[in-house]
Write a protein that binds this ligand. Structure first.
Ligand code: C2E
Ligand code: CA
Ligand code: CA
Length: 279
């Protein structure tokens, strides 16, 4: 994909041994980062246009290294994925996001779902459902308020294991979202087979939205598919009022994007929820 291309541009070195050396160094930096609490989460609201309510928050991982500064997840996650570290990092995200959601509920805010991204490695982990169950148990979060976001790519490899993971997760009662919907190869049969709770329409369909009939046709088709399968659909990357209006006219109900809010540090996310709850 384009994103991956960009990452490789940053870190890839045609000299294999130096790539290996860089990976090793990065792995130790990531390890230290976890120990030294350099990771934190930002939260981006998902809004229902009809009710004007916040329906969820997506947790997005951030890494602030003391000398390297803030490092974009699209740079370090693909690298972390090459090592087992992604499993520790993923577990930390899951735990932290669930704790945060419970803490909002305890503050008396209306319950919302927390979206947590899973990497391919996590989806292929045979004990994924156990890890998730333990976190739910430790935090006391009701499974219905956890939505795990995974991409088609993570389901394509090791299909048997991925299928089993998904079945186990569904049995726990957590929601599953298909991230970046529309960019992969999802056939209708595939969507039906996995019965996602949510489709997250990829930003690419929104980014340059001008309202041409072709664009509208594609989005309408995606909306119709979600309806047909009784899945909710969230449009991602909605930045402008104009895009919002187009989506609203197409009856796309749920929106995530800069037009409502950027991903926010926890304090600001809390204020956002408090203001939304006041109406
Ligand atoms: P994603 O899951 O598709 O997340 C949405 C990305 O779009 C986020 O980038 C978000 O900040 C950005 N975004 C949201 N609204 C807008 C908008 O209106 N306009 C534009 N241009 N962008 C918008 P971010 O936070 O840099 O994350 C990038 C990717 O890194 C995520 O894409 C996800 O694949 C991955 N990621 C982030 N956190 C985690 C994590 O905890 N675990 C894993 N495995 N992956 C993560
Ligand atoms: Ca996501
Ligand atoms: Ca996405």
């Amino acid at each position: 994909t384009k994103e991956q291309g960009r990452n490789h541009y940053q870190f890839y070195n045609p000299n294999l041994s130096s790539e290996a050396a860089l990976l090793l160094r990065l792995e130790s930096l990531l390890h230290q980062g976890l120990e030294k609490k350099q990771f934190f989460l930002h939260y981006q609201p998902q809004i229902n246009l009809k009710t004007k309510k916040v329906v969820g928050m997506e947790a997005l991982l951030r890494w602030e290294h003391p000398s390297l500064g803030i490092i974009n997840p699209q740079k370090f996650i693909p690298l972390a994925e090459k090592t087992d570290l992604i499993l520790h990092l993923g577990k930390w995200v899951l735990q932290t996001a669930c704790e945060q959601n419970i803490s909002w509920q305890k503050d008396g805010l209306p319950p919302i779902s927390i979206g947590v991204n899973l990497s391919a490695r996590e989806v292929q982990q045979p004990n994924l459902a156990e890890v998730v169950a333990r976190v739910l148990n430790d935090t006391g979060l009701d499974p219905q308020w956890l939505e795990l976001e995974l991409t088609e790519m993570s389901l394509r490899q090791h299909l048997t294991q991925a299928r089993k993971s998904l079945r186990d997760l569904k049995n726990l009662g957590v929601r599953i979202a298909l991230d970046d919907f529309g960019t992969g190869f999802s056939s209708l049969g595939y969507l039906q087979q996995f019965s996602f709770r949510t489709l997250k329409l990829h930003q690419a369909f929104i980014r340059d939205l001008r309202g041409t009939s072709e664009e509208l046709g594609i989005i309408s088709a995606a909306l119709a598919i979600s309806k047909g399968f009784n899945m909710r659909i969230v449009a991602e990357g909605v930045e402008t009022e104009e895009q919002l209006k187009i989506l609203s006219n197409l009856n796309c109900e749920e929106i995530q994007g800069y037009c409502f809010s950027r991903p926010l540090p926890v304090k600001e996310a809390t204020v956002f929820l408090q203001n939304a709850a006041r109406g």
